[in-house]
Design a protein around this ligand. Structure first.
Ligand code: FMN
Length: 185
């Protein structure tokens, strides 16, 4: 059976290296893995608990995000780090998902990438912490911190570094294996 993975990039930049990494995952993924990339991050309203109470109906963009996460067997985030933290647009999306429960036990990959040598490690740690609070299933094998990312891609965003390619493939394969083994139980 096909495995569906949703990629969520924390960057809105048209030439984002993080979005390019998710596209690279889609290209190198095995044939039984369908990967789509979420595109509505900049269309979500600012989160407020008052807009998310029983009886109130959140915006269609929020419902669409929740539906896409729910329908996915796994999610892979790839995010930059802004001022040592998770980009606000990505944290806003996560806030909409805290109480609705789509991440409960969801196998979830977390990538951060940066032109700096730190690879966005602080944003990575923060994103992992938030997702763990949301009870996402995050194993060591689903995590990747990518330093000096621009030396590992060509100007079109294709991954040129063989080691990075195999790390991305390993991450996708670990998630796929987790989903397949869960299906058998
Ligand atoms: C406002 C701002 C703050 C940034 N802060 C950090 C930071 O704290 N750590 C870091 O590694 N890179 C930082 N950067 C550089 C980003 O990592 C870089 O722009 C990266 O390419 C963004 O990812 P993207 O290519 O996916 O858009 C910052 C960039 C901007 C514009």
């Amino acid at each position: 059976m096909a495995i569906n993975i949703l990629g969520i990039s924390g960057s809105l930049r048209s030439s984002s290296s993080n979005t390019a990494l998710l596209r690279a995952c889609a290209v190198i993924a095995p044939a039984d893995v369908n990967m789509t990339i979420y595109e509505g991050l900049d269309k979500l309203p600012y989160f407020s608990p008052e807009l998310d109470t029983e009886g109130s109906s959140p915006a269609d963009t929020v419902l669409s995000l929740r539906n896409q996460v729910r329908a996915a067997d796994a999610v892979i985030f790839s995010t930059p780090e802004y001022a040592f933290g998770v980009p606000g647009v990505l944290k806003n999306a996560l806030d909409w998902l805290v109480s609705s429960g789509e991440f409960t036990h969801k196998p979830t990959g977390v990538i951060s990438a940066s032109p700096l040598a730190t690879g966005g490690d602080k944003a990575h740690a923060s994103l992992v912490q938030t997702l763990k609070v949301m009870t996402a299933d995050i194993q060591e094998e689903y995590k990747l911190i990518i330093p000096i990312v621009r030396t590992k891609m060509d100007p079109m965003g294709n991954v040129t570094d063989p080691e990075l390619k195999s790390s991305l493939l390993a991450l996708v394969n670990h998630l796929a294996a987790r989903i397949s083994s869960a299906d058998q139980h």
